[in-house]
Write a protein that binds this ligand. Structure first.
Ligand code: FAD
Ligand code: NAD
Length: 466
């Protein structure tokens, strides 16, 4: 073992969980270090997740808009539209590098020590680091595991990283596939399926369940499915994939129940993600994972091992960047000040399709299963002046409120700029607002947010424009 160093807090993983926790710890006066085995800081989210996928979604949406009929309806005529995929991909890479450099700058400003290499526990608060900054032995009073997640495998699917791959490959296909088969109609399947469909691929989405976006409100997910099908995504629901492999220049996907195999030229496997706990030496410190590989924690993010905490995708809960960051902040604040928590009832989820699907709080299905009596208000974007001015009138807002107290329980949106609209609903739920509070608050006209106000008013059947 090489040199030995000491810090008050060491964080393993520099994703949105780990790097945010490191900055908050430094703000609170701790001598903190953050380890990541990758050169670029920012984790899955920045390198191969949220940001590159959103960059490609934006670029592909612009291309589809230029090629579609939408601009013509505005009286805008364009000449020949051409795709420069190489440039689109390099724009994405440029933004990733700029943001990663930004985190480096924040670390320098806050005096967070950064180590590059693979971390492995020797003891609960003693870590071996191998890699660019190593070999090094790091000891700390406390350690936070923020090692995130990776794409889940599927039995029979032979990933070759080329023809049959995961989201990381699908962020970088060197040419537009003629036919892309996506396995899984979750967030990744729909977002990256949309990207390549917009760029000209035939996209078939194979989903095991009889619906898309499990976990989101079923009624709005069904509405979204119809919209995406009109955009050209070919959904095959209720099918079970038994295998997939590369075949020379293409690939083949096999299905159960005597369904004929599907030939294509690329396969994107997107059936969920699994926590990164292998190679961390958890067995050395006696830290056990649950049946699905996640690290169990209590409400202060303490694992069963004193001095060792865990946050983000590696612990149970929704696998979302902002959830990881909130946990990072809460974990460190709890450690230093004794206070800090995350309100898991007010974590928004956004799927960045067009239109977007956004949600906060509980779905109708969850409320029904919990036996909670609720009232429902709804408002279609078709009736919104701003949506019509934008030319994006698909979708609706649905507001669910407690039947007795009127307290907001859930807000679900399919529609234009649902990603920004859901923020207001998340704040309202965080503050324990009622549907009436939301409905009585003045919203600027003409904005899409009026649809939220109207849906809230509709809970008491007082909406004005329907
Ligand atoms: P990660 O971001 O996974 O970071 C963990 C880091 O730990 C990695 O950098 C890894 O290299 C490092 N590491 C692991 N083990 C070790 C070790 N032993 N030693 C050293 N370093 C180690 N979420 C959203 O909220 N919005 C989105 O739009 C969104 N889009 C996504 C799109 C895609 C294609 C994907 C794949 C994911 C997306 N997500 C999105 C999910 C989001 O990326 C994750 O929820 C988030 O990154 C989790 O953050 P984290 O800090 O827990 O872990
Ligand atoms: P997911 O869990 O969102 O969806 C996986 C889908 O695959 C589900 O619909 C599931 O029923 C289906 N599936 C599972 N096994 C299957 C099988 N054998 N055959 C066919 N379908 C099968 O997972 P994902 O889309 O891979 O995303 C992984 C994680 O990353 C999620 O937790 C998600 O929250 C996160 N993510 C978030 C965003 C966002 O917030 N915009 C974007 C991308 C990813």
């Amino acid at each position: 073992m090489g040199e030995s160093v000491q810090h008050e807090l060491v964080i393993i993983g520099a994703g949105p969980g780990g790097y945010v926790a490191a900055i908050r710890a430094a703000q609170l006066g701790l001598d903190v270090a953050c380890i990541d085995r990758e050169r670029l800081l920012g984790g899955t989210c920045l390198r191969v997740g949220c940001i590159p996928s959103k960059a490609m979604l934006e670029s592909s949406a612009l291309y589809a808009e230029a090629r579609g009929k939408g601009l013509g309806a505005h009286g805008i005529k364009l000449g020949k539209i051409e795709l420069d995929l190489g440039r689109m991909l390099s724009r994405k890479d440029k933004e990733i590098k700029a943001l990663a450099a930004g985190i480096n700058g924040l670390f320098r400003k806050r005096k967070v020590t950064r180590y590059e290499g693979h971390a492995r526990f020797l003891e609960p608060t003693r870590i071996a680091l191998e890699g660019r900054s190593g070999p090094l032995e790091i000891t700390a009073k406390n350690v936070i595991i923020a090692t995130g997640s990776r794409a889940a495998d599927l039995e029979g699917v032979e990933l070759d990283g080329e023809r049959v791959g995961t989201s990381t490959a699908a962020l970088n296909y060197p040419e537009v596939p003629r036919h892309l088969v996506v396995i899984g109609a979750g967030a990744i399947g729909l977002e990256l399926g949309s990207v390549w469909a917009r760029l000209g691929a035939k996209v078939t989405v194979l989903e095991y369940l009889d619906r898309i976006l499990p976990g989101m409100d079923a009624e709005l997910a069904a509405e979204a499915r119809k919209i995406f099908a009109r955009q050209g995504l070919d959904f095959r629901l209720g099918v079970r994939v038994t295998g997939a492999r590369a075949t020379g220049k293409g690939a083949i996907v096999e299905l159960a129940d005597d369904e004929p195999p599907v030939e294509c030229d690329r396969v994107l496997l997107a059936v969920g993600r699994v926590p990164n706990t292998e190679g961390l030496g958890l067995e050395t410190i006696g830290l056990e994972t649950d049946g699905r590989g996640f690290i169990p924690v209590d409400d202060a993010y303490r694992t069963g091992v004193p001095g060792v905490f865990a946050i983000g995708d590696v612990i149970p809960g929704p696998m979302l960047a902002h959830k990881a960051s909130e946990e990072g902040v809460a974990c460190v604040e709890r450690l230093v000040t004794g206070y800090g928590h995350v309100n898991y009832d007010a974590i928004p989820v956004v799927v960045y399709t067009e239109p977007e699907v956004a949600s906060v709080g509980r779905t109708e299905g969850q409320l029904q299963r919990a036996g909670i009596d609720y009232r429902k208000g709804s408002f279609p974007f078709m009736a919104s002046g701003r949506a019509r001015a934008l030319g994006h009138t698909e979708g609706r807002v649905k507001v669910l409120a407690d039947a007795e107290t009127d307290r907001l329980l859930g807000v679900h949106i399919v529609g234009p700029r649902a990603d920004d609209l859901i923020a207001e609903a998340a704040v309202a739920i965080e503050f324990g607002a009622s549907a009436e509070d939301l409905g009585r608050a003045c919203h600027a006209h003409p904005t899409l947010s009026e649809a939220l106000k109207e849906a809230a008013l509709d809970v008491a059947r007082r909406a004005i424009h329907i």
